[in-house]
Design a binder for this molecule. Sequence first.
Ligand code: ZN
Ligand code: MN
Length: 145
Amino acid sequence: MGATVEQALEQLKSTGVRMTPQRHAILSFLMHSMTHPTADEIYKSLSPSFPSMSVATIYNNLRLFVEAGLIRELTYGDDSSRFDADLSEHYHAICRTCGTIVDFDYPPLTEVEIAASKETGFRVEGHRMEIYGQCASCASRHKAN
Ligand code: ZN
Ligand code: MN
């Protein structure tokens, strides 16, 4: 499990960022969400509780959290960015039909970094990989038709 919302907020405070109820709500929404939401989706979920909050505010706060290292921004294709508060080493399978993103883990891929480093002399800092296809429910719906 990653950090709790409280730990994340402490980390943010130590960088001099003032905590507001909106920031708390955005961060806690992300940390409890498994869906890798966009700024728009976060806005739709939180706007009933924070009617004066704009999408731009959400977006600016997401930027701030990314810079503070509390969340990751996912940029896949031309779609709007999605955000992930799970900072553990993991990969994403992306459904081309409905856009669902599902987490998965595959530790042997760190061997690719070692191999790349050996072959190129790079000090490797990371890699990215995505799997594209149809999620289980889209694939089964397709079969039924
Ligand atoms: Zn799907
Ligand atoms: Mn994820």
